[in-house]
Design a protein around this ligand. Structure first.
Ligand SMILES: [Zn+2]
Length: 527
């Protein structure tokens, strides 16, 4: 089969990720600025074409994100700030929300505007002409400032069904004002694939600029509607990783991407990236502190698991008999037949990414693989903790002793009326020398972090700038019938780079200590 996806060719379908904006509106999703930066970097290296970072006009966290993101260099993706058209009755130059969009200094700005007369008249309480002027004024101003402008036509399908002439007038107003594309949005998520395809064809026939699609999953058709729009001529698709989003979520890019590449055979992402799809999906869930859904299409643990005896038997004879696609192309694996070979090639690929020289015949590979498997069995997850993974590989590959050893620690918490005092003492050994420190902190983990860092900074001054940026705890299922285990994920930064480490133990303090120690060891090893 000729490859539908090429590395350096222009995509036939552009991928626009809005996990950080629309996705973060989902119940239970709360990204810190650091989380957002890590996800943006991951999306960029994966190869999406646009990353919508947030709405600077809606909250200060997003303003901070764009200020931080300015310092990053993205290799594949263009960063977009999201906002709305100017308010009614206000000159666009005087609109604060539009000003904040420009101040985000992103190459791309996405604005949404009203398509549906119901919204124009009853929600916005504006005249249809005023709404057209709001769309045109805002786009013109953004174009005057050199931005690539994506126009999101809100309630596009509902609006079209109510008054197709007015819907068309809004899209044409955007085109005439200089928008680079019009994105048809199924904001309420209740449209059907057939009508989405038909309305997309209509828009395509009336507009000269590219058409995009933005769907929601309220009746379980978010992905289907996005695919229908692409069949109808859309060349840009917006969605979120794992389908995060308001209510039942946005169209799931984790399903859309492989469907576009492997079922529609449209170029959208490289084959190498596609093989990292499952990893991307798990990474974002880990950062969001959400359990990865085993039944998720394409990337779920169960997506290619064969349990029924006849299925297993048939799959062993002819793989195609019970599988719609080879799971390895999206980084997933067949569960009954999980081969040592597949495990090996995944580790080799990951180790290369982390900068190790390792091949499939490197003698240490077997030990690395079995160590990782046993850690995973204990509850470790490395998708968002690559620094811990790098240490595991390094230790076995280089036969090196760690740069420091924690001999012991003690934590105490005391409450004195309303005042809490947390104190930690840590004893470490570096090059045969013992160092003993005591520190206080806001909580036990913070106190341990302070004490450990104080002990080590004398030997490794590079640790001075390291700080703990985020701390996440997950209680793991206790399948063995013993006590539940705790997984701790720590995100650290030295002001330049961010990295994640993980620890697992029955005891939350011990699990945290593993993750903390890995974080500092990783920074020391990095030189
Ligand atoms: Zn949306």
């Amino acid at each position: 089969m000729p490859s539908p996806i090429g590395d350096d060719m222009r995509p036939e379908v552009e991928l626009y990720d809005t996990t950080l904006r629309d996705g973060s509106q989902g119940e239970g999703i709360n990204f810190s600025v650091m989380d957002k930066l890590r996800i943006a970097e991951k999306l960029d290296s994966f190869g999406v074409h646009f990353i919508e970072g947030g709405w600077p006009g809606s909250n200060p966290k997003d303003i901070e994100f764009f200020a931080e993101a300015k310092r990053k260099r993205f290799r594949n993706a263009r960063l977009a700030a999201f906002g709305s058209t100017r308010r009614k009755g206000v000159a666009v130059e005087k609109d604060d929300q539009v000003r904040l969009l420009l101040e985000a200094e992103t190459p791309v700005v996405t604005i949404y505007g009203k398509t549906w007369t119901l919204h124009v008249k009853e929600v916005l309480r504006a005249s249809p002409d005023e709404n057209l002027a709001m769309i045109a004024d805002t786009i013109r101003l953004l174009k005057d400032h050199g931005r690539y402008v994506v126009y999101d036509a809100e309630h596009c399908f509902d609006g079209y069904k109510d008054d197709s002439e007015y819907a068309l007038a809004t899209w044409q107003a955007a085109e005439k004002a200089g928008a680079d594309m019009v994105v048809l949005c199924d904001t309420n998520g209740g449209s059907l694939p057939g009508e989405v395809e038909q309305i997309t064809r209509f828009a395509r026939s009336r507009l000269n600029i590219p058409i995009g699609i933005h769907t929601h999953n309220d009746i379980g058709l978010g992905t289907a509607n996005a695919i229908s729009a692409i069949v109808g001529g859309a060349t840009h698709v917006q969605g979120t990783i794992n389908g995060y989003g308001e209510r039942t979520g946005n169209c799931n890019l984790t399903s859309v991407i492989p469907t576009v590449a492997l079922k529609l055979n449209r170029r959208c992402i490289s084959e190498a990236s596609l093989r990292k799809l499952k990893e991307l999906s798990q990474f974002v869930d880990e950062i969001a502190n959400i359990r990865h859904d085993p039944r998720q299409p394409w990337v779920g643990e169960a997506a290619f698991a064969h349990k029924g005896g006849t299925h297993v038997n048939a799959v062993q004879k002819v793989v195609r008999s019970y599988e719609h696609i080879d799971p390895t192309v999206i980084g997933n694996s067949r569960r009954v037949l999980i081969s040592d070979l597949a495990g090996r090639s995944n580790i080799v690929m990951k180790a290369h990414e982390l900068g190790f020289k390792i091949e499939s015949d490197t003698p240490e590979l077997k030990d690395i693989l079995s160590r990782i498997k046993s850690l995973e069995h204990e509850g470790y997850e490395f998708e968002a903790a690559e620094a811990s993974l790098a240490l595991v590989i390094r230790k076995i590959l280089k036969h090196e002793e760690p740069p420091f050893k924690i001999e012991g620690y003690h934590v105490s918490i005391r409450r004195d009326r309303s005042i809490f005092v947390c104190q930690a003492s840590v004893k470490v050994i570096v090059d045969g020398m013992a160092e003993h420190t005591i520190a206080e902190g806001d909580g036990p983990i913070n106190a341990l972090d302070q004490a450990l860092r104080q002990a080590l900074v004398k030997f490794y001054p590079q640790l001075k700038k390291v700080r703990l940026a985020d701390y996440k705890v997950r209680i793991l299922d206790s399948s063995s019938g013993t006590s539940a285990r705790t997984r701790v994920l720590i995100e650290s930064t030295d002001g330049k780079d961010e990295w994640g480490t993980v620890g697992v133990h029955d005891n939350i303090i011990e699990a945290s200590m593993h993750a903390l120690s890995d974080s500092l060891e990783y920074r020391v090893m990095k030189k």
